[in-house]
Design a protein around this ligand. Structure first.
Ligand SMILES: *[C@@H]1O[C@H](CO)[C@@H](O)[C@H](O)[C@H]1NC(C)=O
Ligand SMILES: *[C@@H]1O[C@H](CO)[C@@H](O)[C@H](O)[C@H]1NC(C)=O
Length: 388
């Protein structure tokens, strides 16, 4: 059983990465123009659902002229933009909703007071010049609305749905993006995200940081140390202690992160991120078994050592892949600012590059060693493990 087959670790990291990087969304509101040459003072790439808002605030008239652009979840679906004068979420939203009705774009207003079927109604403020259009699957709502005098911000909510039945828009999906599609619109430009609450946001951030550091960074580092440093005779036994130190720290931090995740899950009513949760639980179990591997390790020349090696490595790679996968699932749930996901992708690329480089170097070292002592083949697993 040769451990030095070209590849596994760097390839693994790169494959996981390739699967996770979604195609970049290059379209931004600044490149969008309107058929009627309408010009707006500001525009925003909204934080969710690939939607855009263009607007001009007329302070003298206390009015807001908007163009909302989004793609319905399905070709027979709908798009909506709302101001919520009383709260930050959907409940209380004064909504402009557009859909295709017999081939004609229709836009209606809804006062949404609760979850459930909605009926057309007047809004709590004046709306005029209301119209909608669509082209290439993208829908646009144009409107002018009255806003409170001297207001500088409003709570906005937007949404996309997949179907309309008999002129009534059907409920939208309940994915994270559908639930987080709200922000505070600042008339002078910009938006501020409005999540569920400050303490909860803080908890989510702690959960994210702990898990990224543990499963996402320390754990792969420990694996790289174990796989590559032991090739260098001078690195024994240091590599072994470094590996153990990395993985035990990763485990301790990971368990803390896991705990915060369970707490968040139990507090999140109505929404369950089953995949993320199950992978999290699997990770905790695998990592716990892996920690026990340390105590169950047979002596180097024991006949069961080979099986121990197989088990330890298989578990290690499984944790590596699942850990990184779950971090990206977590990013998609918490949706932090893009820079955090980008930063982590860079970390993974750097770790992958280091692994690739070390893979090449260790191959050279191993091949040289083989050719100089052709009678004693290199044994990847048992070389210099701490108690030579
Ligand atoms: C000012 O607001 C009123 C509605 O309150 C509207 O009818 C009018 O067109 C607005 N004027 C401008 C210049 O937008
Ligand atoms: C919107 O609905 C709520 C709850 O049913 C009601 O209290 C409110 O007066 C309605 N607003 C308008 C403008 O009809």
């Amino acid at each position: 059983m040769a451990s030095h087959q070209p590849s596994s670790l760097p390839l693994l990291l790169l494959t996981v990465l390739a699967l996770l990087i979604s195609p970049a969304q290059s379209l931004t509101c600044t490149s969008q123009t309107f058929t009627n040459n309408a010009l707006y003072a500001h525009c925003l790439d909204l934080t969710q659902l690939t939607a855009y808002l263009h607007w001009t605030h007329d302070q003298a008239n206390s009015s807001l002229s908007i163009a909302f652009i989004a793609t319905p979840a399905n070709s027979g679906g709908w798009v909506a933009w709302a101001i919520n004068p009383t709260a930050t979420g959907m409940k209380g939203s004064q909504t402009l909703l557009a859909f295709l009705s017999d081939g004609v774009m229709t836009v209606k207003t809804y006062n949404i007071s609760s979850i459930g079927p909605i009926t057309e109604s007047k809004l709590s403020f004046e709306v005029w010049d209301l119209r909608a259009e669509q082209s290439g699957g993208v829908m646009r709502i144009f409107a002018k609305v009255k806003v409170p005098e001297n207001a500088v911000t409003v709570n906005q909510v937007w949404q996309v749905g997949s179907s309309v039945t008999g002129g009534v828009p059907e409920a939208h999906a309940m994915q994270a993006a559908n639930l987080n599609s709200k922000s505070t619109l600042n008339f002078n430009g910009g938006q501020t995200e409005t999540p569920g609450g400050d303490s909860r946001t803080k908890k989510k951030n702690i959960h994210g940081v702990l898990n990224v550091v543990s499963w996402g960074i320390l754990f792969p580092m420990g694996a790289i140390i174990a796989r590559y440093l032991r090739t260098f005779e001078s690195a024994a036994p240091a590599w072994f202690y470094l590996h153990v130190f990395c993985q035990i720290s990763a485990y301790a931090i990971g368990v803390a992160g896991w705990g915060t995740g369970l707490k968040l899950g139990s507090e999140s009513r109505g929404i369950q991120f089953t995949g993320h949760r199950n992978i999290g639980i699997a990770l905790f179990c695998l990592a716990t078994v892996q920690i026990f591997a340390l105590f169950l390790r047979p002596k180097k020349d024991h006949k069961y050592r080979f099986y121990w090696n197989v088990y330890h490595h298989a578990l290690g790679y499984a944790i590596l892949v699942l850990g990184i996968l779950n971090i990206f699932k977590g990013y998609d749930i918490l949706l932090p600012a893009k820079k955090w996901k980008s930063a982590y992708i860079i970390v993974i690329i750097v770790l992958g590059a280091i692994a690739l480089l070390l893979e090449a170097i260790t191959w050279i070292v191993v091949l040289r060693r083989k050719s100089s002592k052709s009678t004693k083949p290199y044994d990847g697993f048992n070389n210099g493990e701490g108690r030579q």
